[in-house]
Design a protein around this ligand. Structure first.
Ligand SMILES: NC(=O)c1ccc[n+]([C@@H]2O[C@H](COP(=O)([O-])OP(=O)(O)OC[C@H]3O[C@@H](n4cnc5c(N)ncnc54)[C@H](O)[C@@H]3O)[C@@H](O)[C@H]2O)c1
Length: 337
């Protein structure tokens, strides 16, 4: 059985989970190298998981000729240059979203990725690999709800994670590019269409600290797509009940809803608060299967020499909408794409 030997850069909140998935949960994948600028993260991964190579310098990892592919899960500010370096060193690349945090970066790296089309490149829009979203997409494509007219997406991080989000704000690209981007991508995917006009509003309702990085703690956007469908989005950092991810698609013959109540599982707790359905606590829990499935798909694409289902173009398009949202927020004007 051929295996894809991978090196991962970034061992933080999400990188650590990806690293574990590569090391232990995906057949045909092998975690041969880990890299982080934090020595303690690298030491811990190497010791706990028995990883052969460990680096605190990314360029040194790229010199390891035993590797087939690089998985990028570092801070968003690093993605663009790390993708370029990995492709130029001859590796297949999986990168966490976003492609970059400025429009120039995203345009630039999209061209570089297209230039290296002999290598596989996949972007981490993992919601497309979540079993419920896949199920809904099939129903939509099969025409079960007719023609989609409206899509509504909520993505609200738990307030319990807000300190981390504030610390991350400087390098995140802001609420629209960091958080809402997943829903912007989902809307393109579900509607098979591109955004046409964008209007966005939002503010720092609870945490002015986000304002120090030109960011907001909660924001919304309304978008019309080229096929006439309308979409409304809400993203935030202050959900008190848990990690709230919800999507609704209204069609001419029916409606699909995913995650109406972001329930943790099938258990109802009856207590002094009534009949309680507990909620997911964060992205690692809610999208556990999606992270695994997207990695498996990337490995399969490399092994079978197939085109990856989520590429640079998707990153570029979602980023363009995210920028339009940011621009609309600042100018309070409708933005035409
Ligand atoms: N798809 C999703 O659901 C999802 C969820 C969370 C985060 N993300 C994305 O994943 C990425 C990582 O997020 P996180 O929350 O794990 O961040 P984090 O800050 O917890 O971790 C960042 C990691 O990158 C390492 N790093 C930073 N610069 C580096 C460099 N130059 N060389 C080597 N290592 C470097 C850090 O040492 C750390 O290990 C971000 O781009 C974020 O947007 C995606």
């Amino acid at each position: 059985m051929r295996t894809i030997k991978m090196g991962i850069v970034g061992l933080g909140r999400l990188g650590k989970r990806h690293a574990e998935n590569i090391a232990f949960r995906v057949p045909n994948a092998e975690l041969l190298a880990v890299c982080s600028i934090k020595q303690d993260e690298v030491d811990e991964a190497q010791k706990n998981w028995g990883i052969k190579y460990a680096y605190t310098n990314y360029k040194e990892m790229l010199e390891n000729e035993e590797l087939d592919a690089i998985f990028i899960a570092s801070s968003s500010t690093e993605h663009c240059k790390q993708i370029e370096l990995a492709l130029e060193a001859g590796y297949h690349v999986f990168s966490e979203k976003p492609l970059g945090i400025t429009k120039e970066e995203v345009d630039y790296i999209t061209n570089i990725i297209e230039k290296h089309n002999d290598k596989k490149f996949m972007l981490g829009f993992m919601r497309r690999f979540d079993p419920s979203y896949l199920y809904a997409k099939k129903k939509l494509d099969d025409g079960d709800i007719g023609k989609p007219m409206y899509i509504r997406c909520y993505s609200i991080d738990p307030v319990s994670a807000v300190e981390g989000a504030i610390a991350f704000a400087e390098k995140s690209g802001g609420l629209y590019l960091d958080m809402m981007i997943h829903d912007l991508d989902l809307a393109r995917w579900f509607l098979n269409s591109e955004a046409k006009t964008v209007f966005a509003v939002g503010d720092n309702y609870l945490y002015p600290e986000f304002g120090e990085h030109d960011d907001i703690d909660n924001g919304a956007a309304m978008i019309q797509f080229e096929n006439g469908a309308v979409a409304s989005f809400f993203a935030g950092r202050t959900s008190v009940h848990g990690y709230h991810i919800e999507t609704e698609i209204i069609g001419t013959k029916g409606t699909l809803r995913i995650g109406t109540i972001p329930e943790k599982n099938l258990v109802t707790v009856f207590n002094e608060n009534g009949a309680v359905r507990e909620c997911h606590e964060g992205f690692l829990e809610r999208f556990e299967n999606a992270y695994l499935n997207e990695l498996q798909e990337f490995v399969n694409c490399v092994l079978e020499d197939r085109k990856t289902p989520v590429g640079a173009f998707d990153g570029l398009k979602a980023t363009e909408i995210g920028y339009a949202c940011k621009q609309s927020l600042i100018t309070n004007q409708l933005v035409m794409l």
